[in-house]
Design a protein around this ligand. Structure first.
Ligand SMILES: NC(=O)c1ccc[n+]([C@@H]2O[C@H](COP(=O)([O-])OP(=O)(O)OC[C@H]3O[C@@H](n4cnc5c(N)ncnc54)[C@H](O)[C@@H]3O)[C@@H](O)[C@H]2O)c1
Length: 315
């Protein structure tokens, strides 16, 4: 087998995708980054464009793609509520048609294919922490459904392509991930708080800020994805990848204020509809099958992310 593989990363100009491109190139692979720049940014991959093993293709995954590849990482999908609710029909198409097109490509090329699924498949969970065998609690008609149900349908497609066509799949359910290159105004809590803190603006908390989230630093996530892709044929997921350490949203805001030395005040707004109150991964399966658990402490990850946003806001 060739050491260097031809790898397609859909959504490669996005936050997680661009870090994945960096990692795969550093490992010596050829990377084809496919992105329609809906939420991705050229800036995220600018430093790679002169690398001979790197190629960028502007392409919308809702349309078929004919290329020759060995592995596929399917990350294309707007990931934050502001972006995925902007054009809900397109969001659903991206998840469903995107999955069909990428799986069709994997079937034809016999590529191994990774799906970036999400903790949102659990909806507003009634089981805590969430294990992979929990089927979830999603409102199919709500404003988050275009994303949640889209990702659920994508999982269905992955497992059906596996059962029906023997496509080699790997599915991870990613929980809140953060780090440099997050979109500065996508409304996600970590980037929101950091940008507000760096601008000494009020920090907006929804509800009373007691709802909890777990935050996984991007390098930890990439390590989990790499371990999943390296597993044998019999392990395909879905597997939770996230940080089980929970923080309340208020606690996160207070840490960000302390680390930035900001003068920001906390203000409270009503909770948006269908916002989950609590979300925490059970990572026993990832520990057992992948020997994986997150290593980066919130404090350290926040420092890196704050440094990135400081530079970005100054440019
Ligand atoms: N960041 C997280 O906390 C998180 C959590 C769970 C799941 N995920 C999943 O991981 C993946 C990457 O998320 P991210 O945080 O990097 O988000 P992101 O918005 O930064 O990246 C998504 C990328 O997909 C591209 N894209 C969107 N629609 C497309 C289309 N139709 N055709 C081609 N490209 C398209 C965007 O332009 C962007 O570059 C997504 O599938 C997301 O659902 C992320």
């Amino acid at each position: 087998m060739r050491q260097s593989r031809r790898i397609l990363v859909s959504g490669g100009a996005g936050f997680i995708g661009s870090h994945l491109c960096d990692k795969l190139l550093a490992e010596g692979h050829e990377v084809l980054c496919v992105d329609n720049y809906f939420t991705g940014w050229r800036r995220n991959i600018e430093h790679l464009v002169n690398t001979p093993r790197f190629e960028v293709m502007r392409h919308d995954v809702t349309f078929p793609l004919y290329v020759e590849v060995d592995d596929i990482y399917n990350l294309a999908c707007p990931a934050s509520p502001i972006h995925y609710q902007h054009d809900p029909v397109q969001t659903l198409k991206t998840s469903v048609h995107g999955a069909i097109n990428m799986l069709g490509l994997a079937k034809r090329t016999r590529a191994k294919i990774f799906q970036a699924s999400t903790s949102e498949v659990y909806g507003d969970p009634t089981v805590h922490p969430q294990t992979e065998d929990y089927w979830g609690n999603v409102n199919p008609r709500g404003i988050r459904a275009c994303y949640d149900e889209g990702k659920r349908a994508a999982e269905t497609l992955f497992f059906d392509y596996h059962r029906q066509h023997k496509v080699r799949i790997k599915v991870a359910r990613i929980f809140n991930t953060y780090g440099p290159r997050m979109h500065p105004n996508d409304g996600r809590v970590v980037s929101n708080f950091i940008v507000q803190a760096l601008q000494n603006a009020d920090i907006t908390l929804y509800g009373d800020g007691s709802q909890t989230r777990s935050f996984c630093y991007v390098t930890d996530l990439l390590d989990g994805i790499a371990r999943l892709m390296a597993t044998g044929e019999d392990f395909i997921g879905p597997v939770n990848l996230g940080n089980p350490v929970e923080f309340s949203i208020r606690e996160l805001a207070e840490r960000v204020i302390a680390l930035t030395g900001s003068k920001s005040k906390l203000i409270y707004l009503p909770l948006p509809s269908d916002d989950p109150k609590q979300r925490q991964p059970d990572i026993a399966l990832a520990r057992r099958e992948l020997g994986w658990e997150p290593k980066v402490a919130l404090e350290d990850g926040l420092k890196e992310t704050i440094a990135y946003f400081r530079t970005l806001l100054a440019s």
